[in-house]
Design a binder for this molecule. Structure first.
Ligand code: SF4
Ligand code: SF4
Length: 150
């Protein structure tokens, strides 16, 4: 390439708008089919657990406190989710959807990646370690301690 043509290209490029988007200063509406963060609608949930069973990355746990009273805690690990939407297809009650508008999920820490949905009191009991499935529940001591010896 001749020097003159090169300089003209450089000036043209400097004055042109960049081809890339000016994200995050300018945002385009996300496509409606985009698979963003999962949303659980408890209204028709039966606590069947099929969504959790079919999830390939164990990103869901459905804790059933009282099926009749519709007391469930829906634990969703956003940082384990593959956004495959298998759970959405597996749920026969139509309780799950991938939110197209919630996709900016990057963060510096892991806080906020563990989402617990359900009635406030149930989620509190879950977080306080009061349910058998609670993550905060201390590991039970073994009933019999093994002793090794000659
Ligand atoms: S979108 Fe896929 S990986 Fe994420 S919770 Fe649903 S089944 Fe699991
Ligand atoms: S598959 Fe649907 S109905 Fe069953 S536990 Fe999951 S969200 Fe609830």
């Amino acid at each position: 390439m001749k020097l003159g043509a090169m300089i003209s290209d450089i000036f043209e490029s400097v004055l042109k708008r960049p081809a890339t988007e000016r994200y995050p200063f300018e945002r385009k509406a996300a496509p409606t089919q985009l698979r963003g963060r999962l949303l659980w609608n408890p209204e028709n949930c039966t606590g069947c657990g099929l969504c959790a069973k079919d999830c390939p990355s164990n990103a869901i746990e459905v804790i059933v406190i009282d099926r009749k009273a519709k007391q469930f805690v829906f634990n969703y690990k956003v940082d384990s989710c593959l956004f495959c939407a298998q759970c959405v297809h597996s749920c026969r009650q139509g309780c799950l959807a991938m939110q197209a508008d919630i996709w900016e999920l990057a963060a510096l820490g892991r806080e906020g990646y563990q989402l617990n949905f359900g009635k406030e009191a149930d989620v509190e009991a879950y977080l306080a370690g009061e349910l058998p499935e609670s993550p905060a529940k201390p590991a039970a001591k073994p009933a019999v301690e093994s002793v090794s010896g000659a």
